[in-house]
Design a protein around this ligand. Structure first.
Ligand code: SF4
Length: 165
């Protein structure tokens, strides 16, 4: 079996991680702009053949593994789990942790290659209204938001919402 055949198309390596205590958590909808999902839930890189030209931020599986950027139980690890690897949260836990995740995003920004709609969804789920964004000198997208608002019915927006087009 080639290393690529071991891939289970989860797409986790194409999501940036947010630090939450000891965990590196990926957020649904917050991923590389070139990642797409098939109707069966499998992910697909839309520029795979030319990814290093079109997506200079993209790393090989070996590089990503060394930097703990694969999922904890990614088959690329060949039989061992990386406790520092990325993980998904159960949707209920993700909703509970939305304010902490939003705080982290507001403090650190997100890489410029990340889909902005997913970030805005998680910020809205935490009660923040996004007023605008800008890029800082390190190429990170930073958010200007209104003060946190009381959220009568939580979450305001589904954090799994994907754009329809
Ligand atoms: S360019 Fe790289 S990071 Fe982006 S979707 Fe393709 S494989 Fe993933």
């Amino acid at each position: 079996m080639t290393s690529e055949e071991r891939c289970r198309r989860c797409g986790i390596s194409c999501h940036p991680a947010v630090r939450l205590g000891q965990l590196r958590v990926v957020i649904p909808g917050v991923h590389c702009q070139f990642l797409a999902y098939e109707p069966n839930g499998e992910s697909r890189c839309t520029v795979y053949a030319n990814r290093y030209e079109q997506a200079p931020w993209c790393l090989s599986a070996e590089e990503a593994g060394r930097e703990h950027l694969l999922s904890r139980d990614c088959p690329y690890h060949e039989g061992w789990d990386d406790p520092e690897g990325k993980t998904r949260l159960h949707p209920r836990l993700l909703r509970e942790k939305a304010p902490a995740i939003a705080k982290q995003i507001l403090a650190e920004g997100v890489p410029r290659w990340v889909t902005a709609y997913g970030v805005e969804n998680i910020l809205r789920a935490a009660g923040y209204e996004v007023l605008g964004t800008r890029f800082d000198e390190n190429g990170f997208r930073r958010y200007q938001v209104s003060d946190i608002k009381p959220v009568p019915e939580f979450p305001v927006v589904s954090i799994h919402e994907e754009p329809s087009d």
